[in-house]
Design a protein around this ligand. Structure first.
Ligand SMILES: Cc1cc2nc3c(=O)[nH]c(=O)nc-3n(C[C@H](O)[C@H](O)[C@H](O)COP(=O)(O)OP(=O)(O)OC[C@H]3O[C@@H](n4cnc5c(N)ncnc54)[C@H](O)[C@@H]3O)c2cc1C
Length: 413
């Protein structure tokens, strides 16, 4: 009998985790990964370090590093899937046909360009998402004095710190009144805000960019909705992401915002799975559908899809957002679960240390841990994540959680 042909669209967190899982279980499995990028798979969150020169392209390569030890993964770079024929089980890419028995869609997402900036792209305007974007940015950095970053999310903040580190002036324009508002409330973000202010990054809140002013097709300034024009050589757009699903048009694969999957990462058509930024998954606390946009979740979901594809049914436990190992200005932090508590009925405890902060959120009846913010001391994040996800009664270990004295032994009792 012919070997099962596993085909994966997208060679990043989800796609590589899936391929690795298949190979870990079936070393001789026939796995092919189609990637439209020219580069072999790399750790996307490390792109800002390429800008500072702290890391090289080979430093951030995935294959052969850490858990990705199977150097024989077949990744076809520069290979863009343009159509999926789900009846004959063929993916079309670059005029070639790739037949499959099991298919994973792990095409991720791309930067979302707000309507008011559509059609304004020119030299100097970036949405930093891929290594090639970083390469292009590096080319004009020597002649850059000022970068305006639109959006105060994590990707832009990480990039902003990288740029100030190499001596470039950065202004962050944020539409909301607070930065990081999606992952914490203003009173929780004071240590991170201090770090931003100390770094010299200039922040403008409550304003929106309405256009890019150009000369000879190069960025000259950003126009804000209050008539202000900020001169700059680079504009960096960080206004969220959009799943890459267009190539699935006409395939019959159900798309609703992203690719719709069940708890076993399976699509509506047999033998097709999806994982990572492109897939719509669910929040185990609220039950709501979510697109995650996080590396750790993409890896976990990709592994799960790999197991399902080889016939080991494995439910994906959902995602409530966790940014582990993320740093802003050298401060590591984690924000997960329900952490916006201002307008809800929750039991909340906070601990303000000199250099650290903790916010613990329990359900209204105080019996379940539903969210946590850890700033600076992110130890035990894995235990908290487990407790939030399991939704179990934590009454007997509540004091240990509040005082950050929890350990795996106390959880397993
Ligand atoms: C600068 C930056 C910093 C970040 N920092 C963090 C962080 O600190 N922590 C965190 O958790 N997350 C972070 N993220 C987000 C994280 O990188 C993503 O959540 C993660 O990469 C998603 O993985 P994925 O495999 O689902 O998709 P992606 O990484 O988006 O990869 C999908 C791949 O599929 C390719 N593709 C798309 N369409 C096709 C097609 N038709 N044919 C072939 N290939 C195709 C894409 O080009 C891409 O290579 C960061 C992202 C960026 C850009």
């Amino acid at each position: 009998m012919q070997n099962t042909r596993y085909l994966i669209i997208g060679g990043s967190a989800a796609g590589i985790a899936c391929a690795q899982t298949i190979k870990d279980n079936i070393p001789k499995a026939d796995v092919t990964i189609l990637s439209d990028e020219p580069d072999k798979p790399y750790f996307r969150p490390l792109i800002p370090y390429i800008l500072t020169g702290k890391k090289t392209v080979s430093d951030i390569s995935m294959l052969g590093s850490g858990p990705y030890t199977h150097r024989d993964l077949k990744v076809l770079t520069g290979c863009m899937a343009s159509k999926v024929d789900t009846v004959n089980k063929i993916v079309f890419a670059n005029t070639q046909e790739y037949p499959y028995d099991k298919l994973l869609i792990a095409s991720g997402s791309r930067a979302n360009i707000p309507k008011e900036l559509e059609g304004q792209l020119c030299k100097g305007v970036f949405a930093l998402r891929k290594l090639n974007d970083a390469r292009e940015m590096i080319e004009i950095l020597p002649s850059t004095k000022h970068v305006v970053m639109l959006g105060g999310g994590l990707v832009n903040l990480k990039t902003a710190f990288a740029l100030v580190e190499i001596g470039i002036k950065v202004t962050l324009v944020v539409q909301s009144l607070e930065i990081l508002s999606q992952i914490m409330e203003p009173q929780d973000a004071y240590l991170l805000k201090d770090a931003i202010v100390k770094s010299g990054i200039n922040i403008i809140t409550g304003k929106k960019a309405v256009g890019v002013i150009k000369k000879n097709n190069s960025a000259l300034a950003v126009a804000l909705d209050d008539q202000q024009e900020i001169p700059c050589e680079i504009v960096c757009i960080g206004k969220g992401v959009k799943p890459n699903v267009e190539f699935l048009d006409g395939s019959g694969i159900k798309v609703d915002g992203g690719v719709v999957v069940d708890r076993f990462t399976a699509c509506n058509i047999p033998d097709i799975y999806s994982a990572g930024d492109v897939a719509v998954t669910y929040n185990p606390i609220t039950g709501q559908k979510v697109l995650t946009g996080l590396w750790t979740n993409a890896v976990e979901m990709g592994k799960c899809a790999g197991l399902n594809m080889i016939g080991c049914p494995t439910a994906y436990a959902g995602t409530f957002g966790v940014m582990n190992a993320t740093q802003i200005g050298g401060i590591p932090f984690v924000s997960m679960g329900t952490v916006h508590t201002k307008d809800g009925d929750f039991e909340v405890y906070t601990h303000k240390g000199r250099d650290s902060y903790r916010k613990v959120v329990f359900s209204k009846d105080g019996t379940r841990l539903i969210g946590i913010i850890l700033i600076s001391d992110i130890s035990k994040a894995g235990i908290y994540r487990y407790l939030i996800r399991e939704g179990r009664d934590i009454t007997s270990i509540k004091d240990l959680i509040i005082n950050h004295k929890i350990n795996y032994a106390s959880v397993m009792k």
